[in-house]
Write a protein that binds this ligand. Structure first.
Ligand SMILES: Nc1ncnc2c1ncn2[C@@H]1O[C@H](COP(=O)(O)O)[C@@H](OP(=O)(O)O)[C@H]1O
Ligand SMILES: [Mg+2]
Length: 278
């Protein structure tokens, strides 16, 4: 992934995500975030919609032949089931954290080919950290994972588990790390710590080798996981079902994901065994 920052397709995607971050941060500074409730009762803000518009226009200009599926632009299965390749976008992941103004939200862009997330970019507007992963060569982009912040770029990889084991948990949705899984992990690793964070940041922290596990039992949608899955896979880790199968995208009418976990290869067997007994 060295020198990926000079690749024109990387630069084009990075500009799209930076532009989306600019419109999000502009609204974040305002007293009125334009909050509304969606039909599923989850909140949406003016920033979700503004970022969606920026990303949609950017991707349509970069790849006119590749359609876009976004949290703020859902397409009927009848139509999208015909798409061999598509962008899967969450323009503002962690809307609840955005509303709480705790900074823990991200922008997620994934490219899916035949159900597999082959490229992912995640950007954290408040910290200006960006993550990029490619699992299958596309447009000459190399396979691998990289993190940037400002002008600094570094290749990233999942780490070998070390104590304290860091388990990322959702800040606003679902329970903490199950107690019996924590106890199981403690048989091998004496110290296990939980760290709550909003959005796909959780998977990115594992991809860059500063956390070890994220287990998600509540519902999420395909746009919440596609980009982080490409990044974690490119960094040598996995985002998988309780039996260890990678998620596939745009294959079903529902866009809701089942349970999943994110980890490196060493912890995964322990989690899969724990699920079997659960
Ligand atoms: N009941 C539910 N149904 C579907 N998705 C849900 C959900 N509760 C939470 N989520 C998903 O979890 C995401 C937030 O995860 P986390 O708590 O880890 O930050 C939300 O992203 P959005 O904020 O983009 O809507 C939302 O997509
Ligand atoms: Mg989301």
């Amino acid at each position: 992934m060295k020198d990926v920052n000079t690749h024109p397709t990387f630069q084009a995607l990075q500009k799209i995500i930076h532009d989306a971050a600019d419109v999000i941060m502009d609204i974040y500074q305002r007293s009125d975030l334009g909050i509304e409730q969606k039909s599923d009762d989850s909140p949406v803000t003016a920033a979700d919609l503004a970022a969606h518009n920026v990303i949609l226009a950017g991707l349509q200009s970069l790849t006119p032949d590749i359609p876009v599926l976004s949290e703020e632009g859902v397409v009927a299965f009848e139509e999208r089931s015909q798409w061999p390749m598509l962008w899967v976008v969450d323009p503002l992941d962690g809307t609840k954290e955005f509303i709480k103004r705790n900074g823990e939200f991200s922008i997620n862009i994934a490219l899916v080919e035949d159900g597999e997330p082959i490229l992912g970019m995640v950007y954290l507007p408040t910290t200006t950290e960006g993550y990029f992963g490619v699992t299958r060569p596309w447009r000459g982009l190399p396979v691998g994972a990289v993190k940037w912040q400002g002008d600094e770029y570094e290749s990233i990889n999942v780490r070998e588990p070390r104590e304290p084991i860091i388990a990322m948990t959702s800040r606003s949705h679902g329970p903490a790390l199950p107690k019996d899984l924590k106890a199981t992990l403690k048989l091998t690793y004496e110290q296990v710590r939980e760290l709550p964070k909003g959005s796909s940041i959780k998977g990115c922290r594992i991809a860059e080798g500063i956390a070890d596990l994220h287990l998600r039992r509540g519902p999420t949608s395909e746009w919440d996981t596609a980009a982080q899955q490409a990044i974690i896979e490119a960094a040598g880790g996995m985002l998988v079902t309780p039996t260890g199968k990678p998620f596939r995208y745009n294959q079903r009418e529902t866009l809701l994901n089942g349970h999943f976990f994110v980890s490196g290869p060493e912890i995964a067997p322990t989690v899969i065994d724990w699920y079997k007994k659960d």
